[in-house]
Design a protein around this ligand. Structure first.
Ligand code: ZN
Length: 326
């Protein structure tokens, strides 16, 4: 402890121990031990790193290792997580994805910047991703050579779809996907880019993947929330009796588990081959490798319907068709 006034450190502990300050103000991680002396929030180590990159807005200090003077402690006591959230999170649209500590860096950083730097939620108003239409360039991974190339994407609430075009001036889109069959999740490691987004959709009863990124973290998170916004409004119309939270829970399905397994064929006599499996809340899919665009579910579908009805992923994993490779 950097010496100083024992009384103010005692007072600091008292504020710190308040129930409202027991979770990180930004990601919800328990037992935060850092705080912003300018915003008055208690945050975790990892969020404090993001705050440190926005010095015009936030000055962070350790609650354990740094000295806090009287005025700073009083500021924390007056603010704290509840009061500060009431200001900066006053008008978060229901479809906006609020990341937790399990989410990737780009989502957490843009959430913190949206809140405190851009002050997107302090007043109700028009957000960059809520217009019902978004158009722009995303770098899309090519099917054959794995190279990323700029492609024009168009999201439209009125048409209820997401399209992309191979050529800037093309009239016909390369794909035109209905908004309700899209699932977008961040997959920075798999895609090999911190802003990597995987867009999954169903077509002709097959799961297909598009892998994209944008150089700007803000832009890629705006796309992600724009897709959620359009989906939310589409589902509101399609399911008028569902409440907002039920619809919100349907917007993004993060994968429960992904990884390599070896599988044999339907006769169970075929040689085992290494394949990339993805389990989401509804389906088990498999692909030739992590970045394959189309699933290979010739025979697994029968079991998928079983999963939908009763089986837990654990029960499913016991199925004799699979041999886990640790
Ligand atoms: Zn945090």
């Amino acid at each position: 402890m950097a010496g100083g006034n024992e009384q103010s450190m005692k007072a600091l502990k008292k504020v710190w121990k308040r129930a409202e300050n027991s979770l990180c103000a930004d990601c919800g991680k328990p037992d935060p031990d850092w705080a912003s002396s300018t915003l008055g929030v208690f945050i975790c180590l990892s969020c404090s790193g993001i705050h440190r990159n926005i010095p015009s807005i936030s000055k962070v200090k350790s609650l354990k290792m740094d000295y806090w003077d009287d005025a700073q402690v009083q500021f924390l006591a007056k603010h704290g997580n509840a009061v500060t959230k009431a200001i900066y999170e006053a008008h978060i649209p229901i479809y906006y994805y609020q990341p937790t500590y399990n989410d990737c860096q780009v989502l957490r950083e843009q959430w913190i910047r949206a809140k405190y730097e851009r002050k997107e939620f302090t007043e109700p108003g028009k957000l960059p991703y809520s217009d019902g239409v978004k158009e722009g360039i995303l770098w899309k991974r090519g099917r054959d050579n794995g190279q990323f190339l700029p492609r024009k994407f168009l999201l439209s609430e009125r048409e209820g779809c997401l399209k992309y075009f191979t050529k800037q001036d093309a009239k016909e889109p390369k794909i035109n996907v209905k908004i309700d069959v899209i699932n977008a999740t961040f997959q920075p490691e798999k895609i090999g880019n911190p802003n990597g987004l995987q867009i999954t959709y169903l077509k002709d009863n097959k799961t297909r993947n598009i892998f994209v990124y944008h150089e700007s973290g803000k832009e890629v998170v705006d796309w992600f929330n724009a897709i959620r916004s359009v989906q939310f409004h589409y589902l509101k119309v399609a399911f008028p009796i569902a409440n907002d939270n039920e619809i919100k829970n349907r917007l993004t399905r993060n994968f429960l588990k992904e990884g390599y397994m070896e599988k044999t064929g339907p006769k169970q006599r075929e040689a085992f081959k290494k394949r990339w499996f993805t389990l989401d809340h509804r389906r088990l899919m498999y692909f030739k490798d992590p970045l394959t665009e189309t699933d290979q579910l010739e025979w697994i579908r029968a079991f998928t319907s079983v999963i939908n009805q009763a089986m837990t992923p654990q029960e499913y994993a016991i199925e004799a068709y699979f041999k886990f490779k640790s």
